[in-house]
Design a binder for this molecule. Structure first.
Ligand code: NAG
Ligand code: NAG
Ligand code: NAG
Length: 248
């Protein structure tokens, strides 16, 4: 009992005497800071965690985001098609502002395309499960330089969109894992095709397995299941974006 009390006081003393970020798991990294094997970022409300993991029986390492309470539920994977074979992967922001995942020999394993060069960049894991790269001076979502929600894996989280960013021409779609041990791009995708009229498509590779009726301006005819039990599916159609999203 006394040992516990002593330990608690000791911890409190440590917490008060060092900067806060060393006591509370950080949710962000800045230029020249990094996350390596065994280290994680935790979102401010403790919902999501980002770090390295090996799925199932695989020995490969991937950078991913999972629910902090249920780490086996991985919601996003960065280097899906480019695993790291050992435990020496590092996520860092290098001096040109790029967010990069490096292997032991400092080769770039994964790095997202940025919409512009950031000044004083910060990568933060938000409480929504979104990993965003932005200028540290501007928290506005309008000014994100990159966000993981624009590059979904196989999981749709609230506020994530499946569709098109018409400003950047970027398609946001869900793609299945190849297997429980292998998050590389699988055969199934959930996407919106907008070649002629927009359709919701559940596809295998480039072919279509299930397709909704066309978008008639209000809804998809014969619509595919977009409503989830606890979430409201919302369809966005404006000058910037096109596609379903989810709101709590
Ligand atoms: C790092 O990645 C490069 C390029 O994929 C590869 O040639 C090299 O062998 C890798 N290094 C290690 C230590 O895995
Ligand atoms: C970055 O852009 C290039 C060219 O458009 C594309 O080939 C590549 O797949 C993109 N990389 C990522 C990580 O999205
Ligand atoms: C943040 O970025 C947005 C969009 O780019 C811009 O409208 C806003 O003025 C910026 N805010 C600051 C404080 O710079």
């Amino acid at each position: 009992m006394e040992t516990h009390l002593f330990f608690a006081i000791f911890c409190a003393w440590i917490c008060l005497s060092v900067p806060l970020e060393f006591c509370i798991a950080a949710d962000s990294i800045r230029m020249d800071q990094s996350i390596s094997h065994g280290e994680t970022l935790v979102s401010s409300g403790q919902s999501f965690e980002l770090g390295f993991f090996s799925p199932g029986s695989s020995k490969n390492r991937y950078l991913g985001i999972w629910y902090k309470n249920t780490p086996q539920t991985v919601v996003w994977v960065a280097n899906r098609n480019n695993p790291i074979a050992d435990s020496y992967g590092v996520l860092t922001i290098i001096n040109n502002g790029a967010l990069v995942l490096l292997n032991q020999s400092k080769s770039v394993i994964w790095s997202p395309n940025l919409s512009r060069v950031p000044e004083n960049p910060v990568a933060r894991l938000l409480e929504t499960g979104n990993l965003v790269l932005r200028d540290s001076s501007n928290e506005s979502s309008e000014s994100y330089i990159w966000q993981s929600f624009d590059d979904p894996s196989d999981t749709m989280l609230p506020r994530m969109k499946v569709g098109w960013n018409l400003k950047t021409g970027l398609q946001q779609k869900l793609t299945s894992w190849r297997s429980a041990d292998d998050p590389s791009l699988g055969d199934f995708s959930y996407r919106i095709d907008i070649n002629v009229l927009p359709y919701v498509v559940l596809g295998v590779g480039s072919s279509k397995k299930v397709r909704s009726g066309p978008w008639n301006g209000l809804e998809f005819n014969g619509v595919l299941v977009l409503d989830y039990l606890v979430y409201k599916a919302v369809f966005v159609n404006n000058d910037d974006e096109f596609g379903p999203t989810k709101e709590r």
